[in-house]
Design a protein around this ligand. Structure first.
Ligand code: NAD
Ligand code: ZN
Length: 247
């Protein structure tokens, strides 16, 4: 079980102007019932996400990729943010200099009340045309089993970043700038393997941040971190908030 160090408590409770940056991954949504890519997911477990979440797969089999996204959207629409998400929304309210960076595409941070969220990999609830880039918040046919087609004739795809694609550059730049200036950096529920997001905690620590990891298991980052809080983020974060006087 985890125990929060005196050093971390002092950092977080000392000044409301302390610069805090948080990076989250699929693990923060696990307790809401959104499967991580490492978890098993019934029918879809026979596909590797890497095989579906890329542009070549979409071009050669748009309906298969589309139905995988529709399946993930159905899960996301049914679930609720958990106490990990709501704790981070509260942290944003309490601290003057707080940045939340997420690799998740599920939109649960916003639903929990977080306002400024740097979504590195896009948001699964939005779509865009591959040809003319028109954004679609509402699909021409919500129930469509096959990838819908834009008025220009191009296919409509989810507005997420696929394997092999560039991350949105402005958002990425803001994330790096925040990491470079962080006094405390939290890496939460991420396997810390997917770059460039995985470099954020490393850069933060190189530039002097106190690096804290929250995860149910160790990762490549654990030995490098200043503090490892082992446990589900939906339990660790509410305790942390309470113990640091932020609840
Ligand atoms: P990942 O699946 O590689 O790793 C998830 C991490 O969360 C693991 O280290 C695991 O030990 C940890 N974890 C599981 N349950 C936890 C809990 N209750 N509390 C704390 N930690 C927990 O996910 P990743 O690092 O985010 O990277 C994979 C990619 O998958 C990302 O690019 C992301 O866009 C995408 N993805 C997103 C979602 C989502 O939006 N919810 C879901 C699956 C995958
Ligand atoms: Zn179009």
């Amino acid at each position: 079980m985890f125990s929060i160090s005196r050093e971390l408590k002092t950092l977080l409770s000392g000044s409301p102007a302390v610069r805090v940056v948080v990076l989250t991954g699929a693990g923060i949504s696990a307790e809401s019932g959104v499967p991580t890519f490492r978890g098993t997911d019934g029918l879809w477990s026979k596909f590797k996400p890497e095989e579906l979440a890329n542009v070549d797969a979409f071009m050669s089999n748009p309906d298969l990729v589309w139905s995988w996204y529709q399946h993930r959207r159905e899960i996301i629409n049914k679930v609720q943010p958990n106490e990990g998400h709501t704790s981070l929304a509260r942290m944003e309210e309490k601290l003057a200099d707080f940045t939340l960076i997420t690799q998740n595409v599920d939109g649960l941070h916003r639903r929990a009340g977080s306002r400024n969220v740097l979504e590195l990999h896009g948001n699964i609830l939005y779509n865009k045309c591959i040809k003319c880039s028109k954004m679609y918040q509402t699909l021409p046919d919500e129930e469509a089993k096959s990838a819908p087609v834009c008025e220009c004739g191009g296919r409509i795809r989810p507005d997420v970043v696929w394997f092999g694609e560039m991350l949105p550059q402005q958002i990425l730049q803001s994330a790096f700038r925040a990491a470079e200036n962080a006094a405390v950096f939290f890496s939460i529920g991420t396997s810390a393997l997917v770059h460039p997001a995985a470099s954020l905690p490393v850069i933060a620590k190189q530039r002097g941040a106190y690096l804290v990891e929250i995860n149910v298991e160790t990762t490549v980052l654990t030995d490098y971190a200043d503090e490892f809080l082992e446990g589900p983020s939906g339990e660790v974060l509410p305790s942390l908030m309470k113990e640091c006087g932020l609840a």
